[in-house]
Design a protein around this ligand. Structure first.
Ligand code: FE2
Length: 313
């Protein structure tokens, strides 16, 4: 008997925002490094390098799933699966938990946290993109070749999304039943989940703060390497966008990050060099603290013109 396997969920295929200010979002995501592939009165369609989609719609668009908060926010996360067999497996797993609506080859539903989600056979494109190798002691991976300097970022894809939740345990069970794996946790406070046993540290982070509210924390875009985090962040600073925190480094996941405030709601993050996990990984428990969130970070960001700490002279 072949073992029963869960669906192969590959990652985030599309994020759909409901916003108030389409013009600001057009400038913001173009400066962020996404390609605008469609612009109509009802909204904007952006793509990353591998065809991961970012859709921006008016918050009052009746076709959008309901919002969980008053501010502009993410209205739907579309997850990509490997093939039609995997979509069938997701359909079965979803049917045991919630109501599912099928349209345009997608399975749409609402997770226990109230966030619209959908599944489809992934429409992302394979891309040959390699970040800059590093010359670590004992492993010189870049020989006769200077490291990259980026004038701006071009994100590869959406790597993860983070929501505030008022139902951490129930929402985690929902995603685990679909095949997500727990990577690490703040017991009772936050769960880092990855959509496949083998892959990046987290595709979804659920955060239950003491006030237990629902909402968007941030959408994170994968870039090639630390140099693109820095080059992309300095370009955003030159364009006048405001840093929330960064650059810096997360001890949990090991990733380098830079967060910006987004007119589409919540924050957006450039990140690179996250941990890659397998079936052998054992989830760890942590107690939340500022040093655990960031080993180090620059408050206020770098000035894109002076290339020094903002306000640092
Ligand atoms: Fe993040």
């Amino acid at each position: 008997m072949p073992s029963i396997k869960g669906p192969r969920i590959e990652g985030i295929d599309r994020i759909t925002y409901g916003v108030e200010d389409l013009d600001a979002c057009r400038r913001f995501f173009a400066d962020w490094g996404l390609s605008l592939v469609r612009e109509e009165a009802d909204g904007l369609d952006f793509e990353s390098l591998n065809g991961c989609e970012v859709r921006v719609r008016r918050a009052d668009d009746p076709r959008l799933p309901a919002a969980v908060e008053k501010e502009p926010t993410v209205r739907e996360v579309v997850w990509g699966v490997a093939g039609t067999d995997d979509l069938d497996a997701v359909r079965l797993a979803l049917a045991q938990q919630t109501e599912v609506r099928e349209s345009d080859g997608m399975l749409h539903c609402t997770d226990p946290n109230g966030i619209g989600i959908a599944f489809r056979v992934s429409a992302k494109r394979p891309v040959e993109i390699v970040g800059t190798p590093t010359n670590a002691w004992g492993h010189a991976a870049r020989v006769d070749r200077p490291a990259a300097i980026y004038d701006r970022a071009q994100p590869v894809e959406v790597g993860h999304v983070v929501f505030f939740t008022d139902s951490l345990a129930e929402t985690t069970r929902f995603y685990e039943a679909l095949g997500f794996h727990l990577s690490d946790r703040y017991p009772g406070r936050g769960h880092f989940l990855r959509c496949a046993a083998r892959g990046g540290h987290h595709d979804l982070f659920l955060l239950q703060t003491p006030e237990a509210r629902r909402g968007l924390n941030h959408v994170a875009f994968t870039v090639r390497d630390i140099h693109e985090v820095i080059g992309g962040g300095m370009q955003m600073a030159r364009c006048g966008w405001e840093t929330q925190l960064g650059p810096g480094r997360h001890p949990i996941s090991s990733a380098l990050f830079w967060y910006f405030k987004s007119p589409a709601g919540g924050l957006v993050e450039y990140f690179a060099d996250e941990d890659v996990l397998t079936e052998s990984w054992t989830p760890r428990d942590f107690t939340p603290s500022p040093t655990l969130f960031a080993e180090w970070a620059i408050a206020g960001g770098l000035d894109g013109n002076t290339r020094r700490q903002k306000g640092g002279g």
